[in-house]
Design a protein around this ligand. Sequence first.
Ligand code: G3P
Length: 222
Amino acid sequence: MKFFLDTADLAEIRWAVQAGLIDGVTTNPSLLSKDAGDLEWGDVLKEICSLVDGPVSAEVVAVDEAGMYDEGRKLARIDDNIVVKIPMLEEGMVATRRLRSEGIKVNVTLCFSSVQCLIAAKAGATFVSPFLGRLDDIGHDGMDVIRETRQIFDNYGIETELLAASIRHPRHVVEAALIGADIATVPTSTLKRLLLHPLTDRGLDQFLNDWSKLTARTKANA
Ligand code: G3P
């Protein structure tokens, strides 16, 4: 399974790249607004692309077809790694088609049902992003969308990559991986939680404790 980091925080991205844990990055207007600081958002995207050897999603903010297409083309000029994020809208599907016909990669975002994912794939999306956590938040089971979409894509040999988004906890990652989502995009806090287990901490404490007993004994016998 590929991991993307769902952030626009450069320090977090640097850490994850150094650790070899990520295959790409996803941003959105909220993340850029939160993480850009004093930097210009275009420069942040450029910097992210220089750090990561993989797809970097950057979202349009227009909601009309011509606007999404124009913004998408501008975003794609920032770097070859840019993937244009287009919201799941009627006009967004036309923009997706046009951008794809020019070889620009598209991630259709804000998907909340498997049929939306199918439609996005039909329009030519390179990636589709169903939002698990936000569905869970309103009492649905977000994982159903991943399960159904995987099955539909497999039934028809659809090559659009299934990108599980709005991931909130390690269990989301495990279940999405079991179902066969191609990618999970995770916030840094969740990525770091994937490393944790209380028995790891307890085991390490015990090893270090036993080791200091051994060294104390060796010193006493010297
Ligand atoms: O990038 C889109 C997505 O992952 C958003 O997650 O936590 O804001 O629902 P969240």
